[in-house]
Design a protein around this ligand. Structure first.
Ligand SMILES: Nc1ncnc2c1ncn2[C@@H]1O[C@H](COP(=O)(O)OP(=O)(O)O)[C@@H](O)[C@H]1O
Ligand SMILES: [Mg+2]
Length: 253
């Protein structure tokens, strides 16, 4: 996806040694390049845990605010060769700037995504590395973590389906829709991790997204008690997904 759409006046672009950053000055006016370095937060005693996925996602708690800091890492076999380096194709094609701008747009459209705060890249010859900082939303856990603790209500499965549908209605094809990228709070369902996501016209990709999520649910629950995920849960999710998102017709007189 190219990230070239109008950004609000609160979005600032700053040069830094060997690269640049993009940030929302209405949310992080005091941002400095140190913010992208977990060691900076560690030295201040403001690191508040971490989640291990492809790399390590750090949680920061500073001045009463909660942030999530992620360094971009490659997955699959290529990770062994190039770890965290991506081929440089210009600033607008960097993973952090693309993800930041898409998330910004989704957040502005009212979709349940964490507010993007800042992104940066550092350019080294033919390659670059990148980082992104987002708001940490107060959640019970990811869908995968919640399933490890207990079964979900049918209403939660429906809410997950509805949430995914809202993204699909806007044309958001999630490149990695899995049970770790769906977050559950008491009131809401969030999607995260929009690296490599694209805006597309409606198409088969919607089903492909759902199939990927289903595989992930099977994988994360296979060793858990059977009531954690079964056909009825999946159909509840699909019911939520298939409810028409068009405005309902007024009742007949
Ligand atoms: N904005 C956020 N608010 C709360 N928790 C988050 C947020 N972003 C990520 N997490 C937690 O961190 C985990 C890993 O984050 P993610 O950004 O998906 O990185 P990766 O997929 O590269 O490991 C998620 O599964 C979730 O539990
Ligand atoms: Mg993830």
């Amino acid at each position: 996806m190219n990230g070239r759409w109008a950004l609000g006046p609160e979005v600032k672009h700053g040069a830094l040694a060997g690269g640049a950053m993009l940030y929302d000055a209405s949310r992080v006016s005091n941002l400095s390049p140190n913010w992208f370095d977990p060691k900076y937060w560690e030295a201040r005693g403001e690191l508040d845990g971490a989640a291990r996925g492809r790399g390590t996602t750090h949680f920061v708690r500073s001045a009463g605010k909660d942030y999530v800091l992620r360094h971009y890492r490659r997955g699959g076999l290529i990770a062994r060769v190039s770890g965290d380096r991506y081929v440089w194709q210009g600033e607008q094609s960097t993973r952090p700037f693309e993800e930041w701008q898409l998330t910004y747009r989704l957040h502005r459209a009212g979709l349940p995504v964490p507010a993007p705060l800042a992104a940066r890249y550092r350019h080294h010859g033919l390659t670059y590395t990148g980082d992104i900082i987002t708001e940490r939303v107060a959640v019970v856990g990811s869908l995968s973590e919640c399933l490890r603790t207990g079964a979900l209500s049918v209403l939660t499965w429906i809410a997950i389906g509805r949430c995914i549908r809202r993204f699909h209605d806007l044309g958001v094809c999630h490149a990695d829709l899995n049970a770790h990228n769906v977050l559950l709070s008491e009131e809401a369902v969030y999607l995260i991790d929009f690296d490599r996501c694209e805006l597309r016209r409606p198409g088969l990709w919607c089903d492909t997204n759902l199939v990927r999520l289903r595989r992930s649910l099977e994988k994360v629950t296979w060793a858990l008690p059977p009531e954690r995920f079964g056909e009825a849960d999946w159909y509840a999710l699909l019911d939520g997904y298939r409810e028409s998102s068009a405005p309902r017709a007024p009742p007949a007189p």
